[in-house]
Write a new protein. Structure first.
Length: 437
């Protein structure tokens, strides 16, 4: 904390501290060169990414001129801090006003919405679109002329003063829970429609006095086949017209493709809200918010292991499918009846049966081949020659033969029975008479 009376840069004398956050503080100071009152935003030099974020914010705001954006006049480093000097806007931010119980008139909120959408249209249509990424009641102030001012571009992505530089669109990751879209919370890439979601969430809070259900809780409900817990604004506060509630419901769509495509389109929708009353969904049970719920939410910065730059993924959009498309994840039971163990057992049984079937088929094929051609298996059998049938009926030879010569005929070759072998042999013996002298 900087003590009152301290002089910075030999020019800015600190009057008092008016804000405190995790990254630094905001002070009211007097510019002794011009005698004017300024706001000085101090950011502690936590690491190189935060230092570059503040430098980018200074260049960004200095280059952008719009009634809803603060004017920045100086930026410098001193001791362990980095300082941004900007226009001082007296009064409290809208988050403090909500906490104090202020109930805003619907028409007044719609007037601020028109001013903010004009500012977003200006930012989003730069040569390199500027995405604010942290629109919420805490970052909004009202001037004496009821002009709304959008503050704190510390998380902004895009820099029109350095569009040709490779690091021009680098930004730190962060979000405010009840005002950030699903794609911003998940870090999958933001675009102008992400700012429209945050603006719709902010308008919802200003109109109803209660912040909307955060996008992550809503997405989990939808993916679990439960109703979206977002309560329509006209159900939370009956003074809100149904058409206005329908426009907010559209801009708060979880799927970025279902939101208005631009700030200009959303601006026109709010000017003719009666056409969008039909977009309202059934209202879930309203849950009363506590005082803690209505307090200003600090911006949540991602840890050091979070990617600080999107490379090749900035076009990725988070889409939540309806219940009939989404598949609910279930946890299977442990090994047991109907569990993983049974599946593994059935798989082993099927493999064993297939192996046995293959063995039986191979054996059957081998037996068949053996009967068709035994020689294929290398066992060559000798088959005895069989005499021609006519040999039994041929006349006996008359040639001279030894006295005891005989011709034996194998009973099997002759067709006789095995039991008749000796008898057949003796009966078939032929004697040859001796030769006369």
């Amino acid at each position: 904390m900087i003590e009152p009376g301290k002089l910075l840069q030999q020019r800015y004398r600190i009057d008092k501290q008016i804000g405190q956050g995790g990254m630094g503080a905001v002070y009211i100071a007097t510019d002794e060169r011009f005698g004017s009152t300024v706001a000085i935003k101090e950011t502690l030099l936590m690491d190189d990414n935060y230092r570059k974020a503040i430098e980018r914010e200074a260049r960004l705001l200095n280059s952008l001129k719009h009634a809803a954006l603060p004017r920045v006049s100086d930026h410098f480093l001193e001791e362990n801090g980095q300082f941004l000097v900007m226009e001082y806007i007296p009064g409290e931010d809208l988050a403090h006003m909500i906490e104090s119980g202020t109930i805003f008139d619907v028409d007044r909120v719609l007037k601020w919405a028109d001013q903010l959408l004009d500012a977003l249209d200006f930012l989003h249509n730069q040569s390199m679109p500027v995405i604010h990424r942290d629109i919420k009641p805490q970052n909004l102030k009202i001037t004496a002329r009821d002009q709304i001012i959008l503050l704190d571009f510390g998380l902004a992505k895009g820099n029109p003063t350095d569009a040709g530089h490779q690091t021009a669109a680098k930004s730190i990751f962060g979000y405010s829970r009840n005002y950030a879209s699903v794609e911003q919370i998940q870090g999958t890439g933001t675009d102008p429609r992400s700012d429209l979601y945050s603006l719709a969430a902010t308008l919802y809070h200003l109109l109803t006095g209660t912040p909307p259900e955060d996008a992550l809780t809503r997405a989990m409900a939808v993916l679990s086949s439960r109703p979206d817990p977002l309560v329509p604004a006209n159900a939370a506060r009956k003074e809100v017209p149904a058409g206005i509630a329908g426009v907010l419901q559209t801009a708060l769509a979880l799927n970025a493709d279902d939101r208005p495509t631009s700030a200009a389109e959303m601006r026109e929708m709010l000017r003719e809200p009666q056409r969008f009353a039909s977009r309202l969904t059934a209202a879930p049970t309203m849950v009363s918010a506590t005082a803690a719920d209505l307090s200003a939410q600090p911006t949540k910065l991602m840890g050091s292991d979070t990617r600080h730059e999107l490379t090749g993924h900035t076009d990725v959009k988070t889409a939540v499918h309806p219940g009939y498309v989404s598949t609910e994840t279930t946890v299977r039971p442990a090994a047991g009846t109907g569990g993983v163990g049974n599946r593994a057992g059935r798989r082993r049984f099927a493999l064993t049966a297939a192996a046995l079937a293959a063995v039986l088929i191979a054996c059957s094929g081998a037996v068949g081949l053996y009967f068709l051609d035994p020689s294929m298996f290398g066992n060559k059998s000798v088959v005895p020659a069989v005499a021609e049938p006519e040999a039994r009926q041929a006349p006996l030879p008359t040639a001279t033969a030894p006295a005891n010569a005989s011709t034996d005929i194998d009973p099997e070759m002759a067709g006789g029975q095995p039991g008749e072998s000796e008898q057949s042999a003796s009966s078939k013996q032929t004697s040859v008479p001796p030769k006369a002298d």
